[in-house]
Design a protein around this ligand. Structure first.
Ligand code: C5P
Length: 281
């Protein structure tokens, strides 16, 4: 079976206290975007893939689903690794969905998301697809219902460095404690309200990522990409996940294409993308 695995951006990413298990409590609005890997998934006597990764999340997902049934996965990689765009997690989510269908398992999206939590923190939200509120370490996922035809246009920019998620989280100091007051006016709450009202300026002003400063301390190139994208005219700019990729919000597809080619000309790897395609799960 051939499937597309879509990348994601985090429109907000709030990081709270570190838990006893070493993970941080999160609140994040996750949105799939139209940059994808293409996967070919087939039943096989053993578990194999052509990604060359030691910790291949595709195979981990297949094993978590059923350790007794092998698969062979071929991935045409377009989503950069170490970019905060959830590439490996999107591939794992696509494997879970495809195997559910191929094997006629009849598991619901929610059940698959629960299984995905054992594969990686970003997997449950990408299994669910669409706009999602992600909480806990990533295992609590709630769909965000958006107005019909909702679509955001973005420019993705890769500063051409790979960020280490574990290193960026380790750089987070003084994990914040959530108070009732914080929760009421949190960027995540404001983002969800702005998305549901299709309020572009509200979306721009609610963009936030608590990992951006720690990531820039480790990888100053990220600040360069943010400044470049702002200077090129993006309405709002933020980093995705633990980096290294950043994204800019723009008003339409033409502007996305234009800004993206300007960023490419400056030596970055860049893509014009959008959210909200019907088949983008
Ligand atoms: O779950 P995943 O393998 O994607 O996480 C990679 C690393 O990111 C973890 O080992 C942890 O250091 C950090 N992390 C965290 N809190 C989260 C998610 C990830 O500290 N909620």
């Amino acid at each position: 079976m051939t499937v597309e695995a879509f990348a994601k951006v985090n429109l907000t990413l709030e990081v709270f206290a570190e838990r006893d298990d070493g993970y941080h409590e999160l609140k994040s609005v996750v949105m799939p975007v139209s940059l994808s890997d293409a996967l070919e998934i087939g039943e096989a006597p053993s578990f194999s893939s052509d990604t060359g990764y030691d910790d291949d999340l595709c195979l981990k997902a297949a094993r978590v689903l059923d350790p007794t049934r092998g698969v062979r996965v071929k991935v045409k990689k377009r989503i950069p690794a170490g970019g905060g765009l959830g590439g490996g997690s999107a591939d794992a989510a696509a494997v879970l969905r495809a195997l559910n269908e191929m094997r006629g398992l009849g598991l619901s999206r929610a059940q698959l998301a629960e299984i995905g939590a054992g594969v990686g923190s970003d997997v449950p939200s990408l299994v669910l697809g669409g706009a999602v509120l992600m909480e806990g370490r990533g295992e609590r996922v709630t769909p965000i219902v958006l107005p019909d035809g909702f679509c955001l246009h973005l420019v993705l920019v890769n500063p051409r460095i790979e960020s280490s998620t574990a290193a960026v989280y380790a750089e987070v100091r003084d994990g914040r404690r959530l108070t009732a007051e914080d929760a009421a006016c949190s960027p995540t709450r404001r983002m969800i309200a702005a998305l549901q009202a299709n309020d572009f300026d509200g979306i721009v002003s609610a963009l936030s990522n608590d990992l951006q400063r720690p990531a820039i301390r480790l990888y100053p190139e990220i600040a360069g990409a943010i400044d470049s994208l702002r200077a090129a005219g993006a309405a709002g700019v933020s980093m995705s996940g633990s980096g290294s990729c950043v994204f800019g919000l723009v008003r339409d597809a033409d502007e996305a294409t234009e800004l993206s080619s300007r960023m490419n000309a400056r030596g970055y790897q860049s893509w014009p993308v959008r959210t909200g395609a019907e088949n983008m799960v």
